[in-house]
Ligand binder design. Structure first.
Ligand SMILES: O=C(O)c1cccc(C(=O)CC[C@H]2O[C@@H](n3cnc4c(=O)[nH]cnc43)[C@H](O)[C@@H]2O)c1
Length: 220
């Protein structure tokens, strides 16, 4: 994906995060794997920018993902219209309860709908819920349970909700774009197509410049 930015940028070191400040209007951040790492590093970047008086206008979480069949085949692109933490809650004898039903927290963030539509139009990405999980799904049973609980889910990944929580704390809009590298379901390493997914993500970012640069938060 970073290959979509011809200028590798200058490194800016922050506690828990290294930014690549491109000559264009973007900073790139490898936010780590999992929601906690992603939240910590994005939070460091947002806080540093706010203290410098140059807050970010938008945070984009991007990477590879597992795709739910048949909506998100391997190689396809998904843009989140909802970013949902799928395993943040409590297991009970009657099933899973999200933290919101326990009386606290949040489990969903919604990217600006106009921006989601523009990304869809520019890249062909399919809009849908992107789940954030801490454990990669590895069985048909778990995939079916997630689908039942989240009928709008197209993909699962491991960072989006952490990024969205950090962005929300700063009042900054968030977007999540994923390229599908593997199906969600029984573990099968021979089915992974990471190279193809990264190529699809790079191509998408090549088309996103005008969309991101012309978007204004009041376009919600
Ligand atoms: O070992 C496995 O079975 C396995 C299967 C799929 C992905 C992984 C990863 O460790 C990838 C972590 C990385 O990639 C994103 N990702 C990609 N596919 C998935 C997925 O099916 N479910 C959740 N996350 C996925 C994730 O966002 C991480 O950044 C291992």
């Amino acid at each position: 994906m970073a290959q979509a930015f011809p200028d590798p940028g200058r490194e800016v070191r922050l506690p828990g995060a290294v930014l690549h400040r491109t000559g264009e209007a973007y900073d790139l951040l490898a936010a780590g794997v999992g929601p906690a790492s992603a939240a910590a590093s994005v939070s460091a970047a947002l806080t540093a920018a706010a203290l410098a008086g140059t807050p970010y206008a938008l945070v984009v979480s991007a990477g590879i993902a597992g795709g739910f069949a048949p909506g998100a085949p391997v190689g396809s692109l998904v843009v989140a219209d909802e970013i949902t933490a799928a395993d943040l809650g409590a297991e009970t004898p009657d099933g899973f309860l999200p933290v919101t039903e326990l009386g606290f927290g949040a489990v969903t963030h919604r990217p600006p709908s106009a921006l989601v539509r523009q990304v869809t139009d520019a890249t062909g990405a399919r809009p849908g819920t992107v789940l954030t999980v801490s454990t990669v799904t590895g069985t048909a049973e778990r995939a079916a349970a997630l689908r039942e609980r989240h009928p709008g889910a197209l993909a699962e990944a491991m960072e989006g909700f952490g990024v969205a929580e950090a962005a929300a704390a700063h009042g900054t809009p968030v977007l999540e774009i994923r390229a599908v590298s593997n199906p969600v379901g029984p573990r099968d390493r021979t089915a992974w197509r990471i190279g193809d997914a990264l190529a699809a993500l790079t191509a998408a970012f090549g088309k996103l410049g005008p969309v991101l640069e012309s978007w204004h938060p009041y376009d919600q």
